[in-house]
Design a protein around this ligand. Sequence first.
Ligand code: FES
Length: 195
Amino acid sequence: MSTSRTFATSLARLSSTASRTPRTQTQTRALCSLPQSWSSNRPRTSFSMRSLVPAPAPSSRAFTTTSPRRHGHLTPPKPGEELHVTFIDKDGDEYKFQVSEGDNLLDIAQANDLEMEGACGGSCACSTCHVIVQDEGMYDKIPEPEDDENDMLDLAFGLTETSRLGCQVKMTKELDGLVVKLPSMTRNLQASDFS
Ligand code: FES
């Protein structure tokens, strides 16, 4: 047998032995894993299902906002159109203000830093804006309370025959000179109870 033929035969035997020998787990793992330099140097690509979801078509509805109603901010009355209202606080001190037609007693009190909680923001859902109208004749000039106001007044501390909710009483020309007293206490509600 020639030298070259001997070498070829040995090579063929070696190859067939290698293909029959089962690979160990370590060998298999090594073959399947990427080279270290490949896996550590490649930048990571973030991918999420969201990128596959098509963006919604733009809505044809216009987006609008309404300015929130702010309490305690009043427009000063025009010259010659001033109306007058007096608050008496629980210490008996009197505070007289010139206001515009349409202002309600809660806004007037809060704009002038009087002690009136107005916890529900004037939505007739508490009794913390309770006021007592001092004059019965003036009380009769105020439009009758709605059922909602009566329901809340029933919960008011120190209810009287001339009690009203300040947020529901709007100044009119007929009410020019109105005098109201703030009760010594209100039910313990705060604006945060309504948020
Ligand atoms: S502020 Fe709540 S009822 Fe007037």
